[in-house]
Each structure stands twice: as C-alpha cells, then as structure tokens.
Design a protein. Structure first.
Length: 355
C-alpha cells in the first residue's frame, strides 16, 4: 500500500487534527455528538437535519485548551437544513457547512471546520468496521490490486477477533462461541463479507447471500467516498488509507468472482434446457461483469436465438459470444482491466459450447 496523498492535504489534515485535539474535552465530546448527526445525514436520505456549533471554541492549535476559548453567541450556533418536502439533504448540508466556514466570524469558521473534521473522522473511524492487514497484487496492468498474497502457513491456535464470527453464549452463561472463517476468507480485509474463494467456489449458502456481501462492501466504499467528498484531506489519514486499500481490493475480487459464478450458472442452465429440448423458441442471456471504474455489477445482454421456432444449435452461442467480444474489444467506455474481465466472461461462454 502506497501513500499518494497530496502534500497540502496532509498539512490541512494535521492542522485540523491538532486544532480538534486542543479543544477542551467537553467541546470535543459535543463536536463528536453533532458529527454523528451530520454523518448519518450524509449516508442516509433524510428530509431535515438540525445541528449546532459549540458554545465556545479554541481558534488556534497552539492555544492552551480552555484558556484561549472564544464564546459563540446562541444566535450563531443553531442550524437547520432541509424541510419536510426535501427528499435528500446531503447537498444542502455540505453547502451549509461551506457557508459557515466562509463566515465573517472567525470562531464560527473554526467551529464549522471542526464539525467537518469530526464528521469525516467519525465516518471513517467509527462507521466502518476495522479489517485485517492485507496485501494484494495486481492481475496484469489493473489499477486496483485485488489478488490477496497471504501465505498458506498454518493459522495460530489463538483466534483473533477478526478471524471469527462471535456468537452469543447460551443461557447457562458459558460465554461466547467463535466460529473461525475459512482460510480463503481470512486472506481478505473483511472475512465476514467474503463469498468466494480463489477457485470461485461459493462459500456462503446462496447467490443471494453472495450478492448481499458484495452490496455491503459497496456500501463501505460509498461511505469512504462520501467522507472524501466532505473533506478531501481525510485521504491523509492512515485509517482511511488502510480501509480504502483493503476494501477496494476485496470488492473488485469478489465482484468478479460473483460475475464468474453467474456465468457458470448461465452455462449450466442453458445445457440443462438443451437436454430438455426447451430452447427452440428463442434465447437471450444477460451476462454479468464487474466494472472496476464504477465499482458496480453491470450487465451485457446477448441475443443468441431470435424469438420464434428455431432449433437450438451450440454454434449460435459461439457466434453470439464472438460477436460480442469484438464489440467489447473496441468499447472505449471500459478500462483495460474491466474489458479483460468481460472478455474472459464471454470467452467462457464461447468455450463451453464449442464442439
């Protein structure tokens, strides 16, 4: 994992961090409480947000705790954003923080900056579960390393909290039960959201559960992205860097694995229907792939046989797959790694029906 943070963002982060830590303890706790309100509004849709600036604030990092605190009048502290007819206050909330930071009152400006710092820190440090220390390698020239490089050495007899699901103890009070994750899952940042091993084997009970794991990982990334949008300097935080690196690699890996699994299921179902002679009235398929630019599961639709009474021939699948491969190879909307992944999906489909 490398640190590519822009120097001025690092400086801004350190200044805000020092300023926050120099506030009286009671002011820090107040800011943290208000930060939770702001962070929740930035993550989930809400019609109205009410937050308040602290009653006093230290305006310079070098000032001593409570000695240099400046009082903020009540009339300047209370803020309400949105209303009952508002569907999403995120843009309005960010705009309001920007306005406060441009205030003519220096203490209001500082307070708004501290609220922003507290909110973004809460989003990264508290709203997102911590993961394992991991290292990924790239598959070719891909921009996001996604293949875990953890070794296959035997695990320690001491189970770490991040290695197991902790379940409640029984009624007899015999304590907690730990169910260790399989070794393939423990190679990733968050083992609890790993649905496929490195061979593409499904580790959970169903495809729906695997999809839920991928969505959880995507939501994790969304929170990181919204934190970065709120305060770009959070990219200088070691916590942010570790979580971003760990979750992106896992998301790309598991998203591709889910797409691969779905492709194999499509192949299996087609062959099953061929045996049952139920493919003579047309065939269209939707091939899943993971786009590592948008970090979303996307679909590629192929018409194999037009609707009508046409007898199924495996060569139809081969021809449709090759035709789509030619289109994908020229599709400039896809980056090289996503294109390679989608071409691999189409090649699997082609190979499965070659005579």
């Amino acid at each position: 994992m490398t640190n590519n943070t822009v120097p001025h963002l690092t400086q801004e982060y350190e200044i805000q961090k020092a300023l926050f830590e120099n506030q009286p303890a009671i002011v820090q706790r107040f800011l943290e409480g208000q930060a939770q309100v702001i962070a929740d509004a930035l993550i989930s849709k809400t019609s109205q947000v009410r937050f308040s600036l602290p009653d006093r604030v230290v305006t310079h990092p070098s000032q001593n705790g409570g000695n240099g605190a400046i009082n903020i009048p009540e009339t300047q502290r209370q803020n309400t954003v949105g209303g009952f007819l508002q569907h999403d206050t995120r843009e309005l909330l960010t705009r309001r923080l920007n306005e406060l930071e441009k205030s003519d009152s220096h203490e209001v400006t500082v307070s708004a900056g501290l609220l922003r710092y507290a909110a973004v820190t809460h989003m990264v440090n508290n709203m997102l579960p911590a993961g394992r220390m991991v290292t990924y390698r790239s598959d070719g020239d891909e921009q996001i390393p996604s293949i875990p490089t953890g070794d296959d050495a035997p695990e320690s007899a001491i189970t770490q909290a991040s290695d197991a699901i902790v379940e409640d103890g029984d009624e007899d009070g015999r304590g907690e039960v730990q169910t260790p994750y399989v070794p393939a899952a423990r190679k990733f940042f968050l083992p609890q959201w790993v649905a496929f091993d490195d061979k593409g084997k499904l580790l959970v009970g169903s495809v729906n559960e695997a999809e839920a794991h991928v969505r959880s990982t995507q939501q994790y990334v969304t929170i990181l992205h919204r934190a970065l949008a709120l305060a770009p300097y959070i990219s200088a935080s070691g916590e942010y860097q570790q979580k971003r690196y760990g979750i992106l690699g896992q998301l790309v890996n598991q998203g591709r694995a889910l797409a691969n699994f779905k492709t194999q299921e499509i192949i299996r179902r087609i062959k099953e229907r061929v045996e049952n002679q139920s493919l003579n009235r047309g065939l269209s398929i939707t091939l899943s792939y993971f786009d590592d630019q948008t970090l979303e599961m996307e679909n590629s639709k192929l018409e194999i046989i037009p609707a009508g009474r046409i007898m199924f021939v495996p060569a139809f699948v081969v021809r449709a797959s090759r035709g789509e491969q030619a289109k994908v190879a020229q599709d400039t909307r896809l980056n090289s790694s996503t294109r390679k992944h989608l071409l691999g999906q189409l090649k699997k489909l082609e190979t499965a029906f070659q005579s």
